[in-house]
Design a protein around this ligand. Structure first.
Ligand code: ATP
Length: 441
């Protein structure tokens, strides 16, 4: 984990937010490579969930909504986490996290730097006294904002993007040709006043979600069918983008951990260095939301009116980005290789002249580079030797590197090197776009 965090900073994937002022707990900035990775994840999600489907449409709802939404949705009352606080030093933990840490720390030993620190934080205050935890208090996670200049009104930054889909349910039905079963998909920022942000970007206070609300007929048979269907779709999606199957699992929620809206819930978890960790939830929300918002659906064929049930898939863009990074990180003979799926890699291709002091080679390579940039994200590198440039691209996951050499000038061909196998082949310049396109399918 520490190595990935360091790589993210060094190569421009993720930086602490407002770092020059000491940062701010629970907020992160994505750098030049991080923004590409995140964009690729979102694009792939959108493609599979909206673009390739007849039964799903997308929306982009606002972050701040009428506060009534959060009252009706139950978030003001029930969107809470239990907080425990130390009587002496006021250190705070989410009660269930404290329990998890207690269970984990002894079993991991106090070997690693991280677990040593966790162990110390758990038992002792900064002044060396032992913590004395007070009784847990419930703490609402919604972040408040003030609207207006003179007459200020309180509103909330959305705690989940979900509600935007429900409040637009009627708009979507009226303005498109969707019929049940159908879904509304959305990607966007959500905000939570997390008690203990941590594990790098895993638990942030500002994060992005990618969600589908899928509306179905209200009966158990349909509920079961679509719940299973979406579980499989979502797990298959992560695997199709290269995530190691052995490190993925479903975990059904216990009765006492289900959200206030959930009839049934299962998480997709990844085996992270800090333990199995949720990064997507499949939720059977029943008719909770639509009935709270007093929304119904009239079947255009039968005329029957009813409150649809909802199956939700709720994934985190930041947690996915982190797990794709952790999963693809590898070291070979002292070199770091990020084995990201080509679809997710920030740069699809690197282009280099064999040497940087021969204008004919540089010009030829620049032309290839500029021609490719219209269709692929491409990196240019003419520093150091070829070996160093390959290593530098391997470290950020660039799947293909093209070198322009003297043979290029004679035969209009280049060498193209594949990241994972380090194999090189020679191909005509005109075939490069097709070659890359095929690998990106
Ligand atoms: P947790 O139990 O870890 O707090 P949750 O069950 O409250 O998560 P959901 O409300 O189901 O999470 O949110 C759906 C998804 O949104 C999560 O699977 C995760 O990917 C993402 N998410 C939720 N909270 C955060 C957060 N604080 N930071 C980053 N991503 C988050």
């Amino acid at each position: 984990m520490d190595k990935v965090v360091a790589l993210c900073k060094r190569r421009g994937f993720i930086y602490p937010s407002s770092e020059i002022y000491g940062g701010i707990s629970g907020f992160w900035d994505y750098g030049p490579l991080g923004v590409e990775l995140k964009k690729n994840i979102k694009n792939e999600w959108w493609k599979s969930m909206v673009q390739l489907r007849d039964d799903v449409v997308g929306i982009d709802a606002s972050i701040i909504m009428n506060p009534e939404v959060w009252k009706v949705s139950g978030h003001i009352e029930a969107f809470t986490d239990p907080l425990v606080e130390c009587k002496h030093c006021h250190k705070r933990f989410r009660e269930d996290h404290l329990r998890d840490l207690r269970a984990r720390v002894p079993s991991t030993g106090v070997g690693s730097v991280q677990s040593k620190k966790e162990f110390t934080d758990l038992v002792y205050c900064k002044d060396g006294r032992k913590h004395e935890w007070m009784k847990p208090r419930n703490f609402n996670l919604l972040m408040e904002v003030m609207l207006g200049t003179v007459d200020k009104n309180m509103a909330y930054l959305r705690g989940e993007i979900t509600q935007g889909a429900f409040v637009n349910f009627q708009n979507v039905v009226d303005s498109t040709r969707v019929k049940i079963p159908f879904g509304i998909a959305q990607i966007g920022k959500a905000f939570r006043n997390e008690i203990t942000p941590g594990n790098f970007t895993y638990r942030s206070r500002e994060f992005e979600q990618m969600e589908l609300e899928y509306f179905i007929q209200p009966n158990d048979k349909e509920g079961q069918k679509w719940f299973e269907y979406w579980k499989k779709q979502r797990m298959d999606w992560y695997v199709s983008l290269g995530m190691n199957k052995q490190k993925l699992r479903f975990r059904p929620h216990e009765q006492n951990e289900k959200a206030h809206y959930a009839k049934k819930a299962e998480d997709i978890e990844y085996q992270a260095p800090f333990g199995w960790a949720e990064f997507e939830g499949i939720h059977h929300r029943g008719d909770w939301d639509l009935s709270r918002h007093k929304l119904t659906y009239k079947d255009p064929d039968s005329g029957e009116e009813y409150t649809p049930w909802v199956i939700e898939t709720s994934g985190g863009v930041d947690r996915s980005s982190l797990f794709f990074l952790l999963d693809s990180y590898s070291e070979q003979n002292g070199r770091t290789i990020l084995r990201l799926h080509p679809k997710l890699a920030p740069y699809k291709v690197g282009v280099f002249p064999l040497v940087s002091n021969k204008a004919v080679l540089v010009d030829k390579a620049k032309k290839i580079y500029n021609d490719l940039r219209g269709s692929f994200t491409a990196a240019w590198d003419d520093r150091g030797n070829i070996g160093k440039r390959y290593a530098s691209q391997d470290e950020i996951g660039t799947p293909f590197c093209i070198t322009v050499d003297y043979e290029t000038l004679e035969k209009d061909s280049v060498t193209i090197r594949e990241r994972d196998s380090a194999k090189q082949e020679r191909i005509p310049i005109e075939k490069i776009p097709q070659y890359l396109q095929k690998k990106l399918l």
